[in-house]
Write a protein that binds this ligand. Structure first.
Ligand code: NAD
Ligand code: UD1
Length: 356
């Protein structure tokens, strides 16, 4: 059993990963300020894990920018912390354009404080949530990890900046003047488009306000919370004219984090940089059709002009993740849609619906 600190563990990806870690027998301390999530997600994680596993879950409500909260999280038990998974941050591209300082403060400043706390508490193993957004407009499809990093919005800049901070940390003791190799074991995981929900339908994605992203919008239309989907662009150079993305089931993503932790623990200190995607691309219209089939509900839509900042296509080359971790996304689009619909139909208002 390892002790893990999960920053942002109440959020969409964090809650699913926390559940998996509890089921794998680990002790989990979640540090979260609930700025974009609800404590209800962790209550449901505890229920799903069962009473014996949930005894290994502990919550510290606090901000990663606050050293006191960080110290409290590291010191919840006397056992040393074996690793941190860092999900805490802000992710709305449009908001990042309007509030760039907030994004640099939370995503970059918060990561710097978290890393400083890891140093203070002698923990040098980290899994960091990066994003395919660091590739900007990709210069080839599928996108390998070696593709150029050319983010095109403040959110993407903050992710690339943290990636650089981590590279500096991983190499700072390994240079010519170094006394020895770096102690840091770091995985920078570049997620493609995380979607879907736990098969129980008890936990899932619950964005605040109108969703920016395709999947939650489609499912809210299907459940009757919103009237019509706006499809941004039907004139892309793709087979049906709509944008293509690599959608990855959130449970596949959660499993990727466990695989990354195992690799970091079992191999010498290193800096791992991996795409977590399925390697399969689906168009917006394919998603609409798959969701209609899974839900049995219509998803009416309007075709609008392209959204600023969108690329025609974004699909991962997941070869390296399979080679390094033995991990591969297992769940297909039909499963993503049926699990997503299960969550949305049981919780039409998200966690605000009350206990499912
Ligand atoms: P989310 O908003 O559901 O979860 C983020 C969690 O972090 C929330 O619980 C929030 O309350 C917490 N948080 C935010 N700021 C904090 C702070 N200052 N201190 C403590 N807690 C804080 O988002 P998610 O989809 O679960 O994303 C998790 C991570 O993965 C983020 O870093 C995001 O940038 C990255 N990511 C997400 C996607 C995606 O499409 N969901 C894609 C690529 C990368
Ligand atoms: C977006 C962000 C990206 C971020 C990711 C995860 C932009 C430009 N990119 O990725 O930086 O890492 O979310 O948070 O915001 N679409 C519609 N109608 C909608 C919503 C989306 O047609 O209401 C289309 C988009 O044009 C795109 C596809 O659906 O072709 C997927 O969009 P979305 O879910 O927002 O993800 P990304 O744009 O890939």
């Amino acid at each position: 059993m390892a002790k893990l600190l999960i920053a942002g563990g109440a959020g969409f990806i964090g809650s699913h990963t926390t559940l998996l870690l509890l089921e794998a027998g680990h002790q989990v301390v979640v540090l979260d300020n609930f700025s974009t999530s609800s404590p209800e997600s962790l209550q449901r994680v505890a229920q799903l894990a069962g009473s014996s596993a949930s005894a290994r879950l502990c919550l510290v409500e606090g901000d990663i920018r606050d050293p006191g909260s960080l110290d409290q999280a590291f010191q919840t038990t006397s056992a040393p912390c074996d690793a941190v998974i860092h999900f805490a941050g802000l992710k709305a591209v449009a908001q990042s354009v309007h509030q760039p300082l907030l994004y640099w403060d939370v995503n970059v400043g918060g990561s710097q404080r978290l890393l400083a706390a890891m140093e203070r508490h002698g923990c040098h193993t980290l899994v960091f949530s990066s994003s395919a957004t660091v590739y900007g407009y990709p210069d080839r499809i599928p996108i390998p990890e070696t593709a150029a990093l050319q983010p095109i919005n403040p959110y993407g800049h903050t992710k690339a900046a943290v990636e650089q901070m981590l590279a500096d940390l991983a190499s700072n003791e390994a240079g010519p003047a170094a006394s020895g190799p770096s102690r840091w074991r770091i995985a920078r995981l570049r997620y493609f488009n995380p979607v879907g929900a736990h098969a129980s339908g008890r936990i899932g994605e619950d964005p605040l306000g109108p969703p920016d992203n395709l999947f939650p919008f489609v499912s809210q239309v299907a459940v009757g919370r919103r009237q019509r989907l706006k499809i941004f662009g039907a004139d892309w150079p793709t087979p049906d004219g709509t944008g293509i993305r690599d959608y990855i089931h959130v449970m596949d993503l959660a499993e990727g984090h466990l695989a990354a932790l195992e690799a970091l623990w079992n191999e010498p200190p290193q800096l791992l940089t991996l795409n977590l995607g399925s390697g399969r691309g689906h168009s917006v219209l394919e998603v609409v059709q798959a969701f209609e089939a899974a839900s049995g509900r219509p998803v009416p839509y309007d075709l609008l002009p392209r959204r600023a900042g969108d690329a025609a296509e974004s699909v991962a080359d997941p070869t390296e993740a399979h080679r390094r971790l033995g991990w591969r996304a297992q769940r297909d689009l039909a499963t993503i849609c049926s699990d997503g619909w299960h969550w949305q139909s049981l919780n039409p208002e998200g966690y605000g619906s009350g206990p499912a």
